[in-house]
Design a protein around this ligand. Structure first.
Ligand SMILES: Cc1cc2nc3c(=O)[nH]c(=O)nc-3n(C[C@H](O)[C@H](O)[C@H](O)COP(=O)(O)O)c2cc1C
Length: 233
């Protein structure tokens, strides 16, 4: 195998092998390893090389307090304080895909459609950052709020983080559940006033016996996604 083939193979193994991890071992993730992952991810491209992202890596007591307060607020149905606009309700094909992954996850976990307590447990698990030993909160410079490109750049760095983590045997799930109550995260993680909270990423060692970790999500076909223009064939 040539070096180039070996590189292509290793890259494909990471990208095709990665999946969202929603069940973790309790073992901590060494800070040095998270630093290594973030340093790699920061090689991501960004618009005009503006690198608008920043990271707050939270573990231990502050993370426990976030989990507890997220849970309380969710149970008491306190409205979200997320700092970006999301979609209220997806429709059409997007709704179908949303339902599709939920069915896969609930199927793996043995959660029946009408089993409200188990469904609530699952939702709360998300609000607890899936009990991961650490969580990376991705923020961006508040002066850029209003441009769509800074959140795009955060997406690029988030993808790079989960892939870099996977290449080192770590699992992640990018999630907006964890920052649904951004006011809590902001206070507990000491997020600076000049930062806007974009997303968070639970990170830890995958618990292989956790059924949802084996779920491989589907993708639309390449031909649905890609239009080739100006090619001869
Ligand atoms: C911006 C973003 C937000 C997400 N929020 C959540 C979330 O709140 N809870 C969750 O369980 N997964 C969340 N996910 C994970 C997606 O469900 C997952 O990436 C998708 O179903 C594809 O599965 P895969 O990551 O295993 O390939 C999020 C992913 C992204 C990129």
């Amino acid at each position: 195998m040539t070096d180039r083939e070996a590189t292509a193979k290793a890259y494909a193994e990471v990208v095709n092998g990665r999946r969202s991890i929603r069940g973790y071992k309790r073992d901590p993730v060494p800070k040095v390893l998270i630093r290594e992952i973030l340093a790699l991810a920061m090689r991501s491209p960004s618009s005009l090389n503006t690198q608008p992202w920043n990271f707050y890596v939270v573990t231990g007591e502050p993370l426990e307090r976030i989990r507890a307060e997220n849970t309380r607020r969710n149970l008491e149905r306190i409205p979200s304080t997320r700092e970006f606009r999301g979609m209220e309700n997806y429709e059409g094909v997007h709704r179908e895909r949303q339902v599709g992954i939920a069915k896969q996850l609930f199927g793996a976990m043995g959660i029946a459609r009408d089993d409200k307590p188990k469904r609530t447990d699952w939702v709360l698990r998300g609000f607890r950052q899936f009990d991961a030993p650490a969580c990376i909160v991705v923020t961006y410079d508040r002066v850029l709020v209003g441009s769509d490109i800074a959140p795009f750049d955060c997406g690029a760095v988030a993808t790079a983080i989960v892939n870099a983590a996977w290449s080192r045997g770590l699992g992640c799930v990018i999630n907006s559940q964890g920052i649904m109550h951004s006011a809590v995260v902001r206070a507990e993680a000491g997020i600076a006033d000049d930062q806007t909270i974009m997303i968070c990423i639970a990170i830890g060692w995958p618990e292989d016996s956790f059924p949802a970790n084996r779920v491989v999500s589907t993708r639309k076909t390449l031909d649905e996604a890609a239009t080739f223009v100006g090619f001869d064939d």
